[in-house]
Ligand binder design. Structure first.
Ligand SMILES: *Cc1c(COP(=O)(O)O)cnc(C)c1O
Length: 364
């Protein structure tokens, strides 16, 4: 009897999102036109606490700073995960979110790998829904603009001891964003540093993966490259991801992208969308291992047509140059049709300009 009553109580507590509204909007002092990525935040945020084995205090409240204790566990041992999602408005001004259910599922995959509690759908999805509904005036309507959604979770125990935290905070913040500075990239094929190894945490969207990648990226920048193409930890031959994006190679009429089974690739929602659309564009899709040696052979034979990265922030990033040791592959982007066609199709779906035949747009 007592157990039954306790379950009922948890369910009502979880679906009950308290809302404290801001007294005025920061939007009146801000233009959303060409706003830089990740710098400005909307009027509200969502916050929830994991205490005594339960999610509690689910609240949408005015965007504000947190006060932290210097011993906060996540600062020391890195139990910290996040997601990146985007919201758009269609031509009649109706807000939509692009495939948020996929990010919800991936968030909990990351949580399990980092020994963190999963977040229930009633908090992640319903909380995001209510937060976006409240701040929907912040979704820009200009071309190539959107509202970036950043759900994240971190450990909050005040204890400098290496063990999983008992307490966590889950939050969602929102940031309006203008067109991504999307110039074609020069990429350096990495031969020394490693982003992810089998058995590691490469498939999870945890903060440390980004911290660990910055040194190699900075070295590549010093040599005049924008990003690195990550390779496997053992031989530095098998291709993984480009910077913080998934990578696609158009070889003849086939789109090749590294497969997920080693756990070294982040399963991008844009990657999955690209696979679906490219198939419908008539390309053959191969999710498999591909090495730099194979890529160079296709380049030499003239079969390597296009190389691009996919991710929520930039959608599609074209690669104009790829360097491995002394071998430099350069591409004439004016001849490309696949990457550009793919980008147009994804954008048309996101901005509600064509029918969403895949069921990707989540209505607010
Ligand atoms: C987030 C991320 C991606 C892209 O995932 P999307 O869901 O398409 O945004 C790719 N690689 C890494 C390492 C990432 O963290």
């Amino acid at each position: 009897m007592r157990l039954f009553a306790a379950n009922i109580f948890i369910m009502t507590a979880v679906s009950d999102i308290k809302i404290v509204k801001a007294t005025s909007s920061k939007l009146k002092d801000l233009s959303l036109e060409n706003i830089p990525f990740g710098k400005y935040f909307t009027d509200h945020m969502l916050e929830a606490d994991y205490i005594d084995g339960e999610w509690k205090n689910v609240t949408i409240k005015p965007y504000q700073s947190l006060t932290i204790d210097p011993s906060l566990a996540s600062l020391h041992y890195g139990q910290a995960i996040f997601e990146g999602i985007k919201a758009y408005k269609n031509p009649s001004g109706q807000p939509y979110i692009f495939r948020p259910n996929d990010n919800f599922k991936r968030f909990n995959v990351s949580a399990e790998r980092m020994q963190m509690p999963t977040v229930p759908e009633e908090i992640f999805m319903e909380g995001m829904h209510q937060l976006i509904a409240l701040d929907s005036a912040w979704i820009p309507t200009m071309a190539d603009h959107s509202l970036y959604i950043r759900p994240f979770m971190f450990s909050t125990d005040h204890l400098i001891g290496v063990r999983p935290s008992d307490t966590y905070k889950f939050m969602i913040i929102l940031s309006p964003t203008g067109p991504y500075y999307n110039v074609p990239m020069k990429i350096y094929v990495e031969e020394k540093y490693t982003r992810a190894a089998p058995g590691g945490v490469g498939f999870s969207k945890n903060a440390g993966n980004y911290g660990g990648s910055m040194y190699a990226t900075a070295l590549a920048r010093k040599s005049g490259y924008d990003q690195v193409l990550w390779t496997d930890a053992f031989e530095h031959k098998t291709l993984q991801e480009v910077g913080t994006m998934n990578v696609f190679f158009i070889i003849g009429n086939t789109a090749v992208t590294p497969s997920l089974e080693d756990g070294t690739i982040l399963a991008g929602v844009t990657r999955d969308s690209a696979i679906t659309i490219l198939k419908d564009m008539g390309l053959k899709i191969e999710e498999r291992k591909i090495t730099i040696d194979e890529l160079i052979e296709h380049h030499k034979s003239g079969n390597l047509k296009e190389v691009f990265g996919t991710g929520t922030a930039a959608t599609i990033s074209l690669i104009k140059e790829l360097r491995y040791k002394d071998y430099v592959m350069q591409f004439n982007l004016d001849e490309w049709k696949v990457a550009t066609g793919l980008k147009t199709t994804i954008d048309n779906i996101r901005y509600g300009k064509v029918a969403d035949n895949y069921g990707w747009m989540y209505k607010i």
